[in-house]
Design a protein around this ligand. Structure first.
Ligand code: NAP
Ligand code: GDD
Length: 336
């Protein structure tokens, strides 16, 4: 009989890629979505799997509905990907962010403990928990120092996952995933914003892009590679925590430069700090300017993964280079 997997946040970037991956592995895939007037499941449609997954319309905060679902379906795997995942919004929405990202997790863990204790659980932890990094590169032993309500809420759920594993002997694992992107990335995140903004500029030379901190450095990988690591964690006999990343970092400015080169746009960076601009060397038109409104109250300046534990124990490694990822994102954007 097919194994059953529940994915919370199935309408998001990772949820869609994970659903496709598990369906290809023969799983029966169930998804949790909160009701929304605007969500048209474009990612599941794009991957051509909307009709292959079973969707439950339940908010992660509806703990009684979550408990009855966990009790009645007895899932083999539960992947908790639902979250308020945009760091930039988390200062203005600190309470909602905490409720979804922290209390939502306890709703699931507690239901599993009481009603389905052989279910294997995956928690979507994050490199944002390293925040003001204490060591570089970051691995499973690096101390945490979150810098946003998002990071703090995720640190709570990370430790609750560890605690339920240690207290109740549950199969709970956390993937501490570094930034991962794809053509299906949400439009607020910087990589998607850069690629779609530059494609808009290419189509209409009067459009330009406004960004915040160009010096921030991230370890960017491809979401399609990262969902495999989630499965590998639950496929193992022993639950554990794993850092997942590429081991390479680039600044936001470098990401822009690679995308500009791929689009064959000739440019130069001019000025410094808040006055920095990217200008077309063909006609002097503005391509990118820095705007204070995209800076954060507290920034995570650099993130760089040391994924050696995942390489060794899961046999997982990042397969897609940043250059290929950017090409993939550009191709998708230009085909729209
Ligand atoms: P995403 O595209 O923002 O997807 C998040 C999903 O959660 C959306 O489908 C959203 O649904 C759903 N959701 C939010 N609140 C909910 C609630 N109360 N009840 C039910 N569903 C709810 O994020 P992602 O990039 O796929 O990331 C997946 C997970 O990994 C998140 O937990 C994120 O924090 C974590 N993570 C991501 C990265 C990354 O670089 N992508 C790195 C580390 C960790 P709506 O459409 O209704 O909002
Ligand atoms: N979004 C955004 N928009 N970010 C910008 C901009 C801009 O205009 N300009 C500069 N940045 C900088 C941010 O300040 C940050 O340092 C970096 O670009 C990346 O921002 P995001 O793409 O929004 O991602 P994030 O690193 O804050 O968070 C993502 O990765 C985390 C893992 O490290 C999200 O996917 C989180 O959910 C995830 O946990």
């Amino acid at each position: 009989m097919s194994k059953k997997a529940l994915i919370t946040g199935i309408s998001g970037q990772d949820g869609a890629y994970l659903a496709k991956y598990l369906l290809d592995k023969g799983f029966k895939v169930y998804g949790l979505e909160r009701r929304s007037a605007s969500n048209d499941n474009f990612r599941l449609k794009y991957l051509d799997i909307l009709n292959e997954v079973n969707i439950f319309n339940i908010d992660l905060l509806e703990h009684t509905s979550i408990a009855s679902l966990i009790a009645s379906e007895q899932f083999d795997h539960v992947y908790n990907l639902a979250a308020q995942s945009f760091v930039g919004d988390s200062w203005n929405n600190a309470i909602t962010t905490s409720q979804i990202n922290s209390i939502g997790v306890v709703n699931l863990l507690d239901a599993i403990k009481q009603l389905s204790n052989t279910t294997k659980y995956y928690q979507a932890s994050t490199s944002e928990m390293f925040g003001l990094v204490q060591n570089t590169p970051q691995n499973e032993k690096t101390p945490f120092y979150p810098r946003s309500p998002y990071g703090v809420s995720k640190l709570y759920s990370h430790w609750m996952t560890v605690n339920y594993r240690e207290s109740f002997n549950l199969h709970c694992s956390s993937g501490i995933l570094f930034n991962h992107e794809s053509p299906l990335r949400g439009s607020q995140f910087v990589t998607k914003k850069i690629v779609s903004g530059l494609c808009d500029y290419l189509k209409d030379g009067n459009k330009y892009l406004e960004l915040g901190n160009l010096d921030a450095e991230r370890d960017w990988g491809y979401a399609g590679d990262y969902v495999k690591a989630m499965f590998l964690m639950l496929d193992k006999d022993d639950p554990d925590d794993y850092v997942i990343g590429t081991g390479k970092k680039h600044s936001v400015r470098e990401f822009c430069s690679i995308a500009l080169d791929k689009l064959n746009i000739k440019y130069s960076w001019e000025g410094q700090g808040i006055n920095e601009k990217c200008i077309s060397t063909k006609d002097n038109k503005l391509i990118i300017q820095v705007s204070e409104k995209f800076f954060r109250p507290a920034e995570v300046n650099e993130l760089l993964a040391d994924p050696s534990k995942a390489n060794k124990k899961l046999g997982w490694k990042s397969e897609t280079s940043l250059e290929s990822l950017i090409e993939m994102m550009i191709e998708f954007e230009l085909s729209k």
